[in-house]
Design a protein. Structure first.
Length: 99
């Protein structure tokens, strides 16, 4: 049996690879510790911070980018708004378009 390293981290930017939301970018806000398969993600538009989407980890692809400002706000116990999530994802996507 082969186990793939699908360990996502809180604050990581991921892309959906399956479902109706395929090719949508999300920010990981929480991971289910029991199974490591259910991951809470938000995009700030359809899925706001107070109503996250649960995705199976097999249906997500890591971009390798972690939003440092998001982690800093969580650490400082600041309120994270959906607008902040939208800005993080917008900045990431604009940098990817340049590449």
């Amino acid at each position: 049996m082969i186990f793939l390293d699908t360990a996502f981290k809180v604050g990581e930017i991921v892309r959906s690879t399956a479902g109706r939301d395929k090719d949508t970018y999300y920010l990981v806000i929480d991971i289910d510790n029991e199974s490591d398969q259910k991951i809470k993600v938000v995009d700030g538009v359809k899925r706001k911070f107070n109503n996250p989407k649960y995705k199976n980890s097999r249906h997500l692809e890591s971009t390798g980018q972690i939003a440092a400002e998001f982690l800093r706000d969580l650490k400082d116990k600041k309120r994270v708004r959906s607008e902040d999530v939208r800005l993080i994802l917008k900045d990431y996507l604009s940098k990817e378009e340049v590449k």
